[in-house]
Design a protein around this ligand. Structure first.
Ligand code: CO
Length: 304
C-alpha cells in the first residue's frame, strides 16, 4: 500500500465516523427504513472532512432487522417502519477512489437485547486487539468466538470479516468469526474489516428469497435492450461495487416491469450476481459490530 492509498483509507474512515455519529443521533423508532437508508446514503456523499474530496457509498446501506443478519436494504416504496423492540444492524461503507471503509453498529431502542449488542462489540474489540501484522486468522476467530460464547451467545460461523481491496468490498482473505487452526496471516500493507455477529440462534445464516442488492459479475453480451442499457449504467456507475436497484431507477427511465425483466435477464446471463438477505432461525435475534483497519507503516490503524 502506498502512502497516498493509506491517506484515502483514512479519509474514508473519517467520513464514515461522521456518518455513523450522525446516524446514531438521527435514527428513531417510527421512521421508515427507506428514509433511514436514504438519509445515511445522502450523508455519505455530502459530508466533507477539512474541505477535502467527498466519499461515495461503497454499497447500499444494509438495515437488517432481528433474525435478518445482513444484506437487507429497503427498495423504493418499502413501507417497513422501525419499531422500538427491533434489533437493527446498520452496516455502511464509503469509499474514496475505491478505497473502502466498511463499518457497522446495532441499535435496539427498548434495550431488550442490550447484552447481545455489547457482546458483539466486545468480540470486535477482542479481535482488533490482536489484529496486527502476521496475526493468524484462526486466532482472531478464536478470540471472537470466545468473547461471544463467554456471554452465552453463538457466533455466526458462516459470516466473516474480510480483506478490503480497491473497489472490492469483500477481498480475500475471509477472517473467521469462530475458532479454527487457520494459520494464514494478516499482512502489512493491507486493509481489513472485522465483523462479528452474536446471536441467540444456532449461529448459522441461510439465504432468504429477497434480494435488493446486486453487483456486476462480468460484462457479457445480452440481447434484451433494456438489460443491455441496465448493464451499461451499472458498469459505469458502480464498477464491481454492490448497488441497489433504487440507485439506478432514475437513470434508467424504464417502467418497473421492464426493470424486473432486465434484472432477471442479467442474473440469468451471470452478468450480475445478487446478495440475498441472510437470516438466522425465525424469531431469533442477531447483533453485529464491525470496524475496518489498515496495517501500514508498522501499525494497525482503525479507520472506523
Ligand atoms: Co464488511
Amino acid at each position: 500500500m502506498e502512502k497516498e492509498e493509506a491517506e484515502k483509507y483514512i479519509l474514508a474512515g473519517q467520513i464514515a465516523k461522521s456518518v455513523v455519529s450522525k446516524a446514531k443521533k438521527d435514527i428513531k423508532p417510527g421512521q421508515k427504513l427507506l428514509e433511514i437508508a436514504l438519509n445515511i446514503e445522502k450523508s455519505i456523499t455530502s459530508i466533507a472532512v477539512d474541505g477535502k474530496e467527498k466519499a461515495k457509498p461503497a454499497f447500499p446501506v444494509n438495515l437488517s432487522i432481528n433474525e435478518n443478519a445482513a444484506h437487507f436494504t429497503p427498495e423504493t416504496g418499502c413501507e417497513l417502519v422501525l419499531k422500538e423492540s427491533d434489533v437493527l444492524k446498520v452496516d455502511l461503507g464509503c469509499h474514496i477512489d475505491g478505497f473502502i471503509c466498511d463499518t457497522a453498529f446495532t441499535l435496539n431502542f427498548d434495550n431488550s437485547h442490550a447484552k447481545m449488542i455489547e457482546t458483539a462489540e466486545l468480540a470486535l474489540e477482542e479481535g482488533l486487539k490482536i489484529a496486527v501484522d502476521k496475526a493468524e486468522l484462526g486466532k482472531i476467530g478464536t478470540a471472537i468466538e470466545k468473547a461471544i460464547k463467554g456471554k452465552g451467545f453463538n457466533s455466526i460461523q458462516n459470516l466473516s470479516g474480510h480483506g478490503l481491496g480497491q473497489f472490492e468490498t469483500h477481498a480475500s482473505p475471509s477472517i473467521p468469526n469462530i475458532a479454527s487452526g487457520n494459520s494464514k496471516q494478516l499482512e502489512e500493507g493491507n486493509a481489513y474489516a472485522l465483523e462479528p455477529f452474536a446471536t441467540d440462534g444456532e449461529g448459522y445464516v441461510r439465504e432468504g428469497m429477497q434480494s435488493e442488492i446486486f453487483a456486476l459479475e462480468k460484462p457479457v453480451l445480452v440481447r434484451n435492450p433494456h438489460a443491455r442499457k441496465m448493464l451499461e449504467v451499472i458498469a459505469e456507475e458502480f464498477q464491481t461495487l454492490p448497488f441497489a436497484l433504487r440507485w439506478i431507477e432514475e437513470k434508467l427511465k424504464m417502467p418497473e416491469f421492464q426493470r424486473k425483466v432486465a434484472v432477471r435477464e442479467l442474473l440469468r446471463a451471470k452478468a450480475i450476481r445478487s446478495f440475498p438477505v441472510l437470516h438466522e432461525q425465525p424469531r431469533k435475534i442477531v447483533a453485529q459490530a464491525e470496524k475496518s483497519f489498515i496495517l501500514f507503516d508498522g501499525k494497525a490503524t482503525v479507520l472506523c
